[in-house]
Design a protein around this ligand. Structure first.
Ligand code: CA
Length: 237
């Protein structure tokens, strides 16, 4: 089952020390985050491609390849250039701190740290990167999605959506105007492990349009020929 649709931000913990992994995942989950775990750099790179976390907590001291080196690699790759990264380390020297931030990390936490400090830093970095997680509602044109109650409305009309159409609309509302290929929508809305044909996306887009394009209101999901779909009010010209 993919959890790509969950409203909780996800954190990938990259750490080889089991006790610390447990402490980190316990505290993050208690504070409303989803977590996944990688024990070295190779695992981390694979996990990032598969699960697309919202933030990576990356230990400096890892087997084979250091956290610093992994951080540099992630920054060189256009896919992960913007991925929020917090480096974890036992080192606290000023030189190391600077080296850590030079490698492209967004923040730096020195071990030992308090759980409340950890949570505060994680929240701050995610908020900077994805302001969306701060919101209670998403909206575009006259469409409003209440994230707490899962209610959707257009104008003063309430809209009923199936779970897949809800996730699809939510994904598009977070990124209005951007064009997504079917494969990208499959990865983000259904999850990369989902064994579904790209054509399925068309079926759900059609259902979503039928639900939200009320009589007399303009189509808000634009078909971009040979590319995909975008949330955008369609005009006649
Ligand atoms: Ca370690």
């Amino acid at each position: 089952m993919s959890s790509a649709s969950s409203l909780k931000p996800s954190v990938l913990i990259v750490e080889d020390e089991a006790a610390l992994v447990e402490l980190l995942s316990y505290n993050l989950e208690k504070n409303g985050f989803r977590t996944s775990i990688a024990r070295d750099g190779e695992e981390a790179i694979l996990a990032i491609a598969e699960t697309k976390p919202d933030l990576v907590l990356l230990d400096w001291m890892l087997p084979y390849v250091s956290g610093i080196e992994i951080c540099r690699r992630l920054r060189r790759d256009p896919e992960t250039r913007e991925l929020p990264i917090i480096l974890l380390t036992a080192r606290g020297e000023e030189g190391d701190r600077i080296r850590g931030l030079d490698s492209g990390a967004d923040d730096y936490i020195v071990k030992p740290f308090s759980p409340s400090e950890l949570i505060a830093r994680v929240k701050a970095v995610i908020r900077r990167a994805r302001p969306i997680f701060d919101k209670d509602a998403l909206s575009y044109a006259d469409i409003v999605m209440d994230l707490a109650s899962h209610r959707v409305s257009r104008g003063d009309q309430s809209i009923k959506l199936g779970p897949t159409e809800f996730r699809l609309l939510r994904f598009l509302l977070e990124r209005p105007g951007r064009v997504f290929e079917r494969e990208q929508l499959l990865d983000h809305v259904w999850g990369q492990d989902a064994d579904i044909e790209p054509r399925t996306v068309d079926v759900h887009i059609r259902r979503l349009r039928m639900a939200i394009n009320l009589p007399g209101s303009p189509n808000v999901i634009r078909t971009v020929r040979s590319a995909g779909y975008a949330l955008e009010v369609e005009t006649d010209h």
